[in-house]
Design a protein around this ligand. Sequence first.
Ligand code: VG1
Ligand code: CO
Length: 541
Amino acid sequence: MPVVATTPFSDQKPGTSGLRKKVVVFQQPHYVENFLQSIFDSLDGREGQTLVIGGDGRFHNREVIQIAIRMAAANGFGRVIVGRGGLLSTPAASNLIRKTKSFGGVILSASHNPGGPDGDFGVKYNAGNGGPAPESLTDRIFARTREISSYRIEDAPDCDLDRVGSAACGAMKCEIVDPVADYQALMEKLFDFDAIAALFKSGFTIRFDGMSAITGPYAHAILEKALGAGAGSVINGTPLPDFGGHHPDPNLVHAKDLFDLMMSDKAPDFGAASDGDGDRNLIIGRGQFVTPSDSVAMLAANAHLAPAYAGGIAGVARSMPTSAAADRVAQKLGVKCYETPTGWKFFGTLLDAGLATICGEESAGTGSNHVREKDGLWAVLLWLNIIAKRRQSVKDIVAEHWRTYGRNYYSRHDYEEIDSDAASRLMQALRDRLPRLKGDALAGKTVANADDFAYLDPVDGSEAKAQGVRILFEDGSRIVYRLSGTGTVGATLRIYVERYEPDPTRQFLETQQALADLIKAASDVADVAKRTGRNAPSVIT
Ligand code: VG1
Ligand code: CO
């Protein structure tokens, strides 16, 4: 079995979700092999086990799938399960790992980052529960990348990725499976497909934008074929290696066409989109955008309308920067709301322990205990299931929710590709200022507390420190600052701003206007213009 001598790369530190770099970085000799071997070296007891392999179809996907198969064989796995064409959405991979009781899975994706030869590529490892590797494992993997001296790779021909069936790679079995079938079966179990089909039959219309990324095949099969949404409901439904030159990030900037359609008089009843690897969702009703933070809260409040959650939910979990809208729903339901650091891996222990059922992040990620990843199409289907039962428009559901719980005005301002050192200095200056902020008046409000978010996992006792600077106001408003862990060029500063509005007559202001004072205070306190050289954010969501 060929063992190839190599030298470590010093930059293989997994970020918020796996290792993400420019394609050209991944194309360096031995680069991806080093990272895969470092993963395999960190997995005790992998001999004879099954590994799931798939990716979001972006440029370089097929090459790395073949390398991963040959290395899995050389590293003693007994079987790999690979999505046909090398394709698997992130939630579908999570489901396959769980369903087949696999040891884990390798998912090739840079999620919502652009693809193509000049774009990004990524590798993530998911554990046997179907969820992202916990920090203890990613720390081990990183340590290994710094000392690795050789990797093992089977000397075998390429697998035929395009034919469903069984083949071999050395002594290892290689099964090519339909990437959609098992995922679709799971969705049929969770949701009332008859009710949703009846909704479409009654004339309800949808536009789903696959953004030329992985969810197209899933959406065609489930929305159009199984549920009977009219042909043409799914657009950009074919995964392309460069996502058609677009940025597969379902937000108001990159899915602007969908947003404009939904605000026009040609709008269908429901609009949605998903990201590169299918784990994010954008929800827009006719004339009504739903912020991801609101969506988690509204899904939690209405989940009982879907068969899978008819018995109620055990708890809710949201990432720290996500708005507190979900907290109010949890309170009313009499269940706990957990506040975790950014990144889906922190929900895993809560879901495994049965402490939370619905989880969400402000970055358009929502999911439940059905898999251990966020799941874009799942969120769309749960919304459809709720609408099918309530027979109300998205706009009415949103308005009623705000009336009942109050509205959490919320916005995120991103400063992308800023100088890394300047970004670190900005964060350090904020941290230094924290003890003096308490009691200060900012934006006409009093600072109740200011800290650097730290998390103690209630299940496994692991700790995560320095997860974001928070300024908490007496009226529940918040400003949060953190640096992204998924960018590939320079640093990205994210500033999250939130204000609670209980008064129903004041719940229909334009978001940026409603938050204007806090937004100004946020950039003043951090001295953003001076430290980054930017006068405005690159993306506002
Ligand atoms: C971003 C989001 C975070 C999400 C992560 C992965 O991370 O803010 O909420 O979990 O992307 O999502 P960061 O560190 O850049 O803020 V995905 O769709 O890339 O798997
Ligand atoms: Co994603």
